[in-house]
Design a protein around this ligand. Structure first.
Ligand code: ZN
Length: 94
């Protein structure tokens, strides 16, 4: 029986897959973001992100969007420092 991981992902038989197109993304214990399609844009290019001064952000950040490799549905989004590994925000354990 599949277990819901997020609104877009399910885990079944040790694998994470897209719940729309059924594409397997990775093993359940892996970070699905490492196996997803990724789009990276500068935070300054995001509407409202052009002037980071009011938020006291002293460093450059980027917006990352992660998509299913099968159907290109957006699976997740995060803001991070350039070069930082994708946040491992969903960890499944047996
Ligand atoms: Zn999909």
């Amino acid at each position: 029986m599949a277990t819901r991981v997020t609104d877009q992902l399910v885990a079944e038989e040790g694998r994470i897959r897209c719940n729309r197109c059924e594409t397997e993304i990775c093993a359940a214990e892996e970070n699905y973001k490492l196996w997803s399609l990724q789009e990276v844009v500068s935070i300054e290019d995001v509407p409202g992100g052009g002037n980071p001064a009011p938020f006291e952000m002293g460093e450059h950040l980027e917006l990352r969007r992660f998509y299913c490799p099968g159907c290109t549905r957006q699976l997740g989004v995060e803001v991070a420092r350039p070069g930082a590994a994708p946040l491992f925000d969903i960890e499944l354990r047996a």
